[in-house]
Ligand binder design. Structure first.
Ligand SMILES: [Zn+2]
Length: 331
């Protein structure tokens, strides 16, 4: 059996619209399952929708106020970089709220240790501080001011457990990565807040009420990263609790779902389409980006150097002609 990375590179080179071959692709996907596993089969199936088109979005609308919940520093650029660049040019108020500090990624820690371009320190809290700087630089590349971003500092990798279990100020969640049980960042919205469900909801409600958005976005419940799933659940609950002058529209942007987007790597001339098996699960809409917006997004992603060090081809795969969004009301 050929090694999977080799096969994946081969598949990435097949970046042609294969709509006429979609029936063949589906059959091929099924045939590959016993030999190469569901992940590779899904990869093949994803190629069958490369030329799909979706309802266009004309964001931002008049008097728009855009509020984005990003589970980790980099999700905002990946999913909404083009939208944010457009908001900056149009002087539309936009806010990025980072749910976690990105302080739970041992993969990043390992990659930085072996990468001669980085000189440490490599403890997870230091990496999180570095990721905050990267997020600020990315926002600047998108044309946003530093005041438009806010860090909540909750534990990376712990959000779904906090959502499901709740915990309490007296008995908070303890991060297995940082060993912290309170927000460890002095520049966060609520420094030293205990790691529990109520702390997260309080911070989100306060931010929403302060900003009074017309459009809120986060990752969906069908994203395959547990923090991203929790991000959706927390925001859905916070929106129900917040006292807002007008009910904002709630939309999602997808970041993690198996081997997606296809093809990997930097392909700014290509369109972004959802994973094949999610085509009918959401009312996907497309925001068409200008060349300037695509370039601003590419530069913003390049600012996330700690993540680029380990997942460059994956991150660059989001730099496309368009960005995809779907209304959250359907989930
Ligand atoms: Zn993330």
């Amino acid at each position: 059996m050929p090694p999977i990375p080799f096969l994946r590179r081969k598949l990435d080179k097949l970046c042609v619209p294969v709509s006429p071959l979609s029936r063949f692709s589906s059959a091929a996907a099924r045939a590959f399952v016993p030999f190469y596993g569901p992940a590779i089969a899904r990869h093949i199936a994803n190629f069958s929708v490369l030329d799909a088109h979706f309802s266009p979005l004309s964001w931002p609308r008049p008097n728009e106020r855009v509020w984005i919940l990003s589970p980790h520093p980099d999700d905002e650029s990946l999913g909404c970089g083009g939208l944010l660049a457009r908001c900056a040019v149009a002087n539309v108020p936009a806010k990025i709220v980072f749910l976690t500090g990105g302080d739970g990624t041992r993969t990043t820690q390992f990659v930085l240790r072996v990468n001669p371009r980085f000189s440490g320190p490599y403890d997870l809290l230091s990496i999180a501080h570095e990721r905050q700087i990267e997020a600020k630089n990315a926002a600047r590349e998108l044309g946003l001011r530093e005041e438009t971003i806010e860090f909540l500092g909750f534990p990376d990798g712990g959000m779904e457990t906090m959502w499901e279990t709740g915990f309490s100020p007296r008995d908070p969640y303890i991060s297995p990565f940082t060993a912290k049980m309170r927000v460890p960042y002095e520049n966060a919205r609520t420094p030293h807040a205990p790691f529990c469900r109520q702390s997260v909801l309080d911070a989100l409600v306060a931010s929403l009420e302060e900003f009074q958005p017309t459009l809120v976005l986060t990752t969906p419940a069908f994203d395959t990263h547990r923090d991203h799933v929790a991000s959706f659940q927390f925001l859905k609950c916070a929106l129900a609790c917040a006292e807002l002058e007008h009910k904002p529209d709630f939309w999602i942007y997808l970041i993690h779902h198996g081997i997606w987007p296809v093809p990997n790597g930097l392909h700014p001339e290509k369109r972004l389409v959802p994973p094949a098996h999610l085509l009918r699960d959401a009312a996907w809409h497309s925001l068409e980006l200008s060349d300037d917006e695509i370039e601003a997004k590419r530069r913003a992603l390049a600012c996330h150097a700690t993540q680029m060090a380990s997942t460059c081809r994956y991150l660059n795969a989001f730099v496309r002609q368009n960005e995809l969004f779907a209304p959250a009301s359907e989930f």
